[in-house]
Write a protein that binds this ligand. Sequence first.
Ligand code: IPM
Ligand code: MN
Length: 368
Amino acid sequence: MKNYNIAVIPGDGTGPEVIAEAVKVLDAAGRKFGFDLKYTKFPWGGDHYLATGEILPDDAAETLKKFDAMLLGAIGGNKVKPGLLEKGILLRLRFELDQYINLRPVKLYPGVETPLANKTSDSIDYVVVRENSGGVYTGMGGSVAQGTPDEVACQNWVYTRKQVDRCLKFAFELAKKRHSAADPWKGLSAEDKAAGYTANLTLVGKTNVLTYVCGMWERAFNEMAKAYPMVKINYCHVDATTMWMVKNPEWFDVIVTENLMGDIITDLAAMTAGGMGVSAGGNLNPEGISMFEPIGGSAPKYTGLGVINPLAAVGAAAMMLDYLGEHEAAASIEKSIAFVTGNKLKSCAAGKMGYSTSQVGDLVVENL
Ligand code: IPM
Ligand code: MN
């Protein structure tokens, strides 16, 4: 029997509640598909910081590297100054573990309400590959004369060609792989199919203004495309992308973009797919350890009430299994989530599901 060692950071607010359901579903999947998961909990987060003064121990990354994967609930909340924990835990782990891909599937499950009129689960089903290690998140810059009228501030938007290439490579490989998915020709026209394309990849940038950085992305993208003749490549400015994501989401299959642009468009994307209750993501280091998380925050006002939707955390757990190679189990959890949203839940919003947090976890388990 296969064994996996999972580091769990339940975190703040509703984090522990949704993680409990994710673990419940993971264990059930393990029993059904024949693998065993061992969890080691780490207490980091707002409460731990307030109690001990420690944000993250210096050896955290070294400790975590020994695990097969990580599952994170939520970090932050209303008790600590905003930014401190986000930077001190979430961003620090992403950087120190070099989780250079942030993979964010955008999938409208059956029965889930979207604010987009006349769009169904067939039209909202794509993946955003967000670069997760560079850009303005690199943290270079500075300011002088802070607090005076002469204050000057600058925050650098930095990329190396290597960072760009490794991210693009991941995106091209993913686009190629998605060919075997349910709709292999998503976002491709009849002419594209006739031309032999089997995958569709869109680079999102702003080459008309940010010529140096986005210019490098575009050149690297076009060069790499030569090795992937089956991938139809498209380019879209980021502002136009937000428009198409609302108007024609069915055009997209795989989107690849830099860090901050990816941060912004994936919040919009998540809302089109039913919101934070159902959106999951993975911070991936394809050569190292990866961290899976529900995209939503710690939702302080719902803490302890048993009303928060755990499906995003359950989805993150499914992504984790897929990443660990347990594809069948991952697909089964996804199917069960789709069954639960399509046939059971009244709504995906906290407090309006018609079930408690833990009952929703039970429903996913029953329908595995
Ligand atoms: C996200 C979040 C983080 C980010 C914050 C909390 C630092 O918005 O995961 O998208 O900007 O990456
Ligand atoms: Mn974000």
